[in-house]
Design a protein around this ligand. Structure first.
Ligand code: PMV
Length: 324
């Protein structure tokens, strides 16, 4: 152990283009956003070695990793990581792990992956293990599988490396870009949905109408390829247009929802350059692109007035990083 306290943070993400098609081997493009999960590991002397976990998901509660009390399902991935990383670790101290996240959970913004990435990096560093980013990414993916069944792996990649990422079948390419100058408004429909179920519905439709669905995936593929170039060149108008095109195709896949349509309309009326759902759809979040913060803010306020949750975000190049 080389420090008595260590903190890492890792970003959440939005899928800009290509969700669902990515499950069938097509590429998707995601960007990291400036909402982060944070994990601090520290130690204290105690007679009994243990790991004490606190998280802002359960304010005021402390979880003892050794206790027989079962952990809530939302913390199974965290528990898996703590056990995996502290395996073989013996000392006369106990560990304290504090997790907090400003990424709304269960809304398709990569909150669980960001927590896994920040936790893996902080705990392994605290225990003196020199893990590369590749190691951190791989271990976080194992945790993602516990949380989400069969995720594509896009979330842990974006959270580890930051920036903009083209992702296809386990292969990741960083899209080199200085910055995307636009502002994102992310609005939550608060319609709960389960990614697994939505993905299964798309699969059912795929089996029923394979030719039509493949056609949709091809069109999405073409959006991802064009989108990658526009992102590199920071062409906001063009990115916005592609977002709208992608939204139409997602609706054809059957993953729209009336509340999402409501939110997309509000964004459009408030001057967004393009707007679409992000992630699995069927509920969850939509995202709108603005070229100035003033319009983004007033759009966010108008969305909140209608009873939805919303916030503004910027693209970030910073993946998992130490917090000093
Ligand atoms: O809503 P999220 O962040 O779980 O995104 C799901 C994206 C899908 O393409 C539908 C599934 C996946 O694993 O990539």
């Amino acid at each position: 152990m080389n420090s008595s306290r260590i903190t890492y943070t890792a970003p959440g993400k939005i899928i800009l283009f290509g969700e669902h098609a990515v499950v069938y081997g097509y590429p998707a493009l995601a960007i990291a956003i400036d909402r982060r999960a944070k994990c601090t590991v520290s130690s204290y002397l105690s007679d009994e070695e243990d790991v004490v976990l606190s998280t802002n998901l359960f304010p005021g509660k402390k979880f003892l990793v050794s206790s027989k009390e079962s952990f809530p399902s939302s913390l199974q991935a965290v528990l898996f990581l703590i056990k995996k990383l502290t395996d073989n670790f013996q000392s006369n101290i106990s560990l304290q792990i504090d997790i907090s996240s400003s990424i709304p959970s269960s809304s398709g913004l990569g909150s669980s992956a960001a927590v896994s990435v920040a936790l893996t990096n902080s705990l392994s560093s605290f225990l003196g293990r020199n893990y590369s980013l590749e190691d951190v990414n791989k271990i976080a993916f194992e945790a993602e599988k516990i949380q989400h069944g069969q995720p594509s792996g896009i979330d842990n990649n974006v959270s580890t490396y930051g920036g903009s990422i083209l992702y296809q079948k386990g292969l990741m390419e960083q899209v080199t870009v200085d910055d995307i100058s636009g502002f994102w408004v992310i609005a939550n429909s608060m319609v709960e949905r389960n990614t697994k179920d939505i993905v299964a519905n798309v699969q059912k439709n795929y089996k029923r109408k394979q030719e039509k669905t493949e056609e949709i995936f091809h069109s999405i593929h073409s959006i991802v390829i064009r989108g990658k170039e526009y992102i590199k060149q920071n062409k906001l108008d063009e990115i916005g247009e592609l977002m709208n095109e992608n939204q139409t195709l997602l609706e054809q896949l059957g993953v729209g929802h009336s509340k999402l349509t409501d939110l997309l309309l509000i964004l459009k009326k408030n001057g967004s350059m393009g707007e679409k759902l992000t992630g699995a759809g069927g509920g969850g979040c939509v995202v709108g692109l603005f070229d100035n913060i003033k319009d983004a803010h007033s759009s966010m306020k108008n969305i909140k007035k209608k009873g939805y949750q919303a916030f503004t975000a910027k693209h970030t190049k910073i993946g998992v990083t130490i917090d000093e």
